[in-house]
Every structure is written in structure tokens, then in C-alpha cells.
Design a protein around this ligand. Structure first.
Ligand SMILES: NC(=O)C1=CN([C@@H]2O[C@H](COP(=O)(O)OP(=O)(O)OC[C@H]3O[C@@H](n4cnc5c(N)ncnc54)[C@H](O)[C@@H]3O)[C@@H](O)[C@H]2O)C=CC1
Ligand SMILES: O=C(CO)COP(=O)(O)O
Length: 347
């Protein structure tokens, strides 16, 4: 008998990941709360709003019933935007068995609590040992995965067996999956890169050029790693696929909703209309708010996040934000390292 995996929700990323699983001969049940979307997937094998032009494998069956979706599944893949993760996992709770592997592919924090997604999932699914929870992240736009373009991701879990079980489910000739033990690092990296992508979109939209974007990306990963390390992540994770890898793809790809939102803001469009017109989730906006609070809580300097916060929520003109970044007090590129060990400078 084929393995069954439930994929909870049929947005762009959930649908693309469902297709990877179906290509691996897994029976996939894809859940959506919208009846008409379920009908479209079952009748036409398409999901036009989220993946225009894509033909989905017929092995994917859609349903509006959470109970039917997860019944007899070996694994449940949660791809709900961060804002809906708690609500959806709470509804799922009665149907989840302790032996199920729970994988999530969401990039963001819970806005109110600032919790990571694995923390939210653990709280809402008390029958699941935290060792059975896995995060999947990395440079992977749904629009390219659905075309079978070569893609690499990481799966992280506190238990290597769970990470390897997730790796087995997804890995194939076009989707290469690496394991990683650093759950905190992979979640923090995946969430925070969206802030820098918004900034890169703004920078490109304002015509600041490639030097500026390279600076944003490089100094961006420095501040992401700084906060991540304080939150308990391994600094090395930020040099990997879920760190610099995802930062590169999100800051440079036209597929990125965060980058596109930034470039629309640069044209002077109000934030609300940018988010409305996108028609898909732009996680970086809420994440900028969350990261600004986390930076204060952990006493970490995050200059790019601070300036982006001012642009998004305090109407600071982007040009002034750039001036503020360029005019910061002069410093050493490897601030923390230099502070820890100044001996090289003395000799
Ligand atoms: N699109 C992509 O290429 C990638 C997306 N991600 C992440 O995956 C997560 C989901 O993103 P996408 O699939 O792209 O979003 P999307 O905007 O394409 O789809 C989100 C779906 O979730 C549904 N939804 C939202 N709140 C819900 C709730 N409370 N209950 C039930 N359904 C709800 C929406 O109706 C929609 O169908 C995000 O955290 C994103 O950062 C990660 C990697 C790649
Ligand atoms: O995380 C992503 C690619 O790895 C998707 O980024 P966007 O949400 O900006 O489209």
C-alpha cells in the first residue's frame, strides 16, 4: 500500500510540495477550506489562482475535511501562513495520532507571541513528541518547483530519524533534501530573510542598483545571524541553504512576493493596497514587526530591520532610511568577532 501524506493548505507552496510528494508515488490529500478550490483541483487538476498554468498530478486529491485529510496519513505537512498556524493546528488536533510525522514549511513567527512555528505546533498538538516535528525550508519558489526545476531544501528536527523520514518522503531527482539538526536556526533564517527581501525590492524599485542590493543581503544575513545566535541557533546554519541560500533567491527572484511588495512600495503605493493586490501572503511585513520586538527583547542591533520597520509602519521615506543606514556610526565588519578577540589588531 502507498504511503499517504496530508498537505494542509492548498496555497502556492502547499500545492507545489503536494506535487513533489505525488511524484514520489505518495497518495496526497490536499486540504483547503474553500469548496470551489477543492472542486477545481479534483475536477481539473489545476490551482489557477496560486499556480497559474500548472497541471497537478492526478494522484493529488483535495478535500475540505480535515478529518478525511489526515486519516491514515503517515505524515502531515502544514503549509499554513504563520498567521493561521495556531487556528488550523487547533482544528486538526482531534484527528492527529501520536505516531504521525508533523512537517511544516511556513516562514514566519506568530505575531502576538513571537513564537516559532514548531513551538506553536507543539502547544496545539500535545499528543505529538517534539522529536516528531520537522521544519522544511530553503531556497524554493513554488513556481519553479512545480516545473521540476532543480531545487534544494533542508529538513530540520531535534531528532535525526524524523529529519531523515521527511527527507525520504520528499527527495527525488529535481528536489534534493538535506537534513540539519538546527530547528531554531532553520526557522529563524527562513522567517527573517523575508525582511531583507522586502528591503531588496524597495532598493531595486528605487533604482539603487546592484551594489546596494549586495550590501543589503550581506549585512542582512549578519543581523539575521546575530539575532538567531541569541535565540539559540547555530551561526553556521545562516551560511547554509535556509540562510544565505534562501536570502539570495528571495532577494533576486521576480517570483518573490516579498521582493515584489518592496518594489511596489518604492513606487509609492500604500502598504495596504500592496498586500491586497498581491492576493497571496507576504510574510515579511508581519515578520518585520516581530523581529523588531525580538531584537529589543534580545538586545540585538538590527539596523536594516529597524529602518524597514520605520518605512513600513511610520511612513519614513525609503531614501531617508538608506541615508540612516549609510550614516551609521563606523564599525568593524566582524563586530562580534572583533569585540571578542582584539589581539590580532594589537600586533
Ligand atoms: N510560495 C512559495 O514559493 C513559498 C512559500 N513559503 C511559505 O509557505 C507559507 C504559505 O505560503 P504560500 O503557500 O505561498 O501562501 P499563499 O498565499 O499562496 O496561500 C496561502 C493559503 O492559505 C490559506 N489560508 C490562509 N490562512 C488560513 C487559515 N487561517 N485557515 C485556512 N487556510 C488559510 C489561504 O486561503 C491560501 O489558500 C508561508 O509561510 C510562506 O512564507 C515557503 C517557501 C516557498
Ligand atoms: O520563501 C520563499 C522562497 O524560498 C518564497 O518567498 P516569497 O514569500 O517572498 O515569495
Amino acid at each position: 500500500m502507498n504511503k499517504k501524506v496530508a498537505v494542509i493548505v492548498a496555497g502556492s507552496w502547499g500545492t507545489a510540495l503536494a506535487s513533489v510528494l505525488a511524484d514520489n508515488d505518495i497518495d496526497v490529500v490536499l486540504w483547503s477550506r474553500r469548496e470551489e478550490q477543492v472542486k477545481e483541483i479534483n475536477d481539473h487538476h489545476t490551482n489557477e489562482h496560486f499556480l497559474p498554468g500548472a497541471k497537478l498530478p492526478e494522484r493529488i486529491v483535495a478535500t475540505t475535511s480535515l478529518e478525511d485529510a489526515v486519516k491514515d496519513a503517515v505524515a502531515v505537512l502544514l503549509v499554513v501562513p504563520s498567521s493561521g498556524m495556531r487556528e488550523v493546528t487547533r482544528k486538526l488536533q482531534p484527528y492527529i495520532k501520536p505516531d504521525m510525522l508533523i512537517i511544516h514549511a511556513t516562514k514566519g513567527f506568530e505575531a502576538e507571541s513571537l513564537k516559532r512555528m514548531t513551538q506553536v505546533i507543539s502547544e496545539e498538538l500535545p499528543q505529538i513528541d517534539s522529536k516528531k516535528i520537522v521544519v522544511l525550508s530553503g531556497p524554493s519558489h513554488a513556481e519553479e518547483v512545480i516545473l521540476h526545476n532543480p531545487t534544494t531544501v533542508v529538513v530540520a528536527s531535534e531528532d535525526m530519524n524524523s529529519a531523515e523520514d521527511a527527507q525520504d518522503l520528499f527527495i527525488n531527482s529535481y528536489f534534493r533534501v538535506y537534513t540539519n539538526p538546527d530547528v531554531i536556526g532553520v526557522e529563524v533564517a527562513g522567517a527573517l530573510k523575508n525582511i531583507i527581501a522586502l528591503g531588496a525590492g524597495l532598493s531595486d524599485g528605487l533604482g539603487f542598483g546592484d551594489n546596494a542590493k549586495a550590501a543589503l543581503m550581506t549585512r542582512g544575513i549578519a543581523e539575521i545571524a546575530r539575532l538567531g545566535a541569541e535565540m539559540g541557533a547555530s551561526p553556521l546554519t545562516f551560511a547554509g541553504l535556509s540562510g544565505v541560500g534562501d536570502l539570495i533567491v528571495t532577494c533576486t527572484s521576480v517570483h518573490s512576493r516579498n521582493w515584489r511588495a518592496g518594489s511596489m512600495l518604492a513606487k509609492g503605493l500604500p502598504l495596504e493596497s500592496v498586500l491586497h493586490d498581491m492576493g497571496m501572503v507576504v510574510e515579511g511585513v508581519k515578520t518585520t514587526k516581530a523581529a523588531a520586538t525580538l531584537a529589543a527583547e534580545y538586545n540585538v542591533t538590527m539596523p536594516i530591520t529597524t529602518e524597514l520597520y520605520a518605512v513600513l509602519f511610520n511612513n519614513k521615506p525609503p531614501k531617508q532610511a538608506v541615508e540612516a543606514l549609510m550614516g551609521r556610526v563606523r564599525t568593524n565588519e566582524l563586530e562580534e568577532v572583533a569585540q571578542q578577540d582584539k589581539t590580532d589588531w594589537i600586533h
